[in-house]
Design a protein around this ligand. Structure first.
Ligand SMILES: [Zn+2]
Length: 267
């Protein structure tokens, strides 16, 4: 009997300790809109399962972390022709938004600045059950609802990375990155790049948070370009919330009803 009961006891004890120390009794639940967004995305056929985008079943916990119907993703874009440097877990809305951004903004910008398409995307992660650095507010990464894009592989084999490329003497690299970051806010609700603070010097953070009052946080490209540079003028100006405005009061939705102050977005 002891052998049979022991694992159950350990499981129960860790659930109690984990729940108590980290999340409170009973644990938090994911906000209802997250399931709704996933279901709407799937029902609309925005993401079609394939070898490169495979359903993996619910990921539930720890705490509120996870997603109801996530995918394991190895390639994005139309016809899944843009492989990722590492496979990763994403929810349906994140796959759809990233696909749209790659086709609508990234590929035209790559053709405009480099005369060739992007054939690969480097990222630094999508799923991480954690809070925003230095805060108690959960990151969208905790729900597979955010991706950190660090580089773009071009057809000739060269890779344009946020780190190095953002302030590169090569104006085409710097402006390509500002363009794809600056124009990402039509597809995502939070876009943070090097201009947004120290935490995003080597990647663009793109997520689908639901900010209060339908706000979007667009700090993917609003830093002045290096001397001699030019912004890709076919895309509209995106600057919505300049980082130096003291009157910006947007927030992140917290799972327990708390809302994170806007300045935490820089973490
Ligand atoms: Zn991120």
């Amino acid at each position: 009997m002891k052998r049979i009961l022991y694992p159950a006891f350990v499981f129960g004890l860790s659930a109690v300790l984990g729940g108590c120390s980290l999340f409170g009794w009973g644990g938090p639940k994911r906000a209802a809109w997250r399931s709704q967004a996933e279901n709407q995305c799937l029902a609309a056929g925005e993401v079609r399962p394939s070898d490169d985008v495979r359903p993996i079943g619910e990921v539930d916990g720890p705490g509120a972390c996870g997603a109801d119907r996530p995918f394991k993703v190895t390639a994005l874009g139309r016809d899944r022709r843009i492989p990722l440097n590492e496979r990763t877990a994403m929810n349906c809305p994140l796959v759809a938004a990233t696909d749209n951004w790659l086709e609508r903004v990234v590929q035209p910008a790559a053709e405009a600045f480099f005369g060739q398409p992007v054939v690969g995307v480097e990222h630094m992660g999508t799923y991480s059950c954690r809070s925003i650095a230095g805060s108690r507010y959960m990151s969208e990464h905790a729900y597979m609802n955010a991706i950190d894009v660090s580089g773009f592989k071009l057809a000739d084999g060269r890779t344009v990375r946020v780190k190095g490329g953002w302030r590169s003497a090569d104006a085409s690299e710097a402006n390509f990155l500002r363009t794809v970051g600056g124009q990402a806010c039509d597809d995502f609700t939070t876009v943070l790049g090097p201009a947004s603070g120290a935490a995003h010097q080597d990647h663009l953070h793109l997520d689908l948070a639901r900010h209060s009052k339908g706000r979007r946080v667009c700090r993917g490209g609003d830093e002045p370009v290096p001397d001699g540079g030019r912004l890709f003028s076919f895309f509209k100006d995106d600057t919505v919330f300049p980082a130096d405005r003291a009157d910006v009061t947007g927030s992140l939705p917290g799972e327990d009803g708390l809302e994170a102050p806007m300045n935490l977005l820089d973490k």
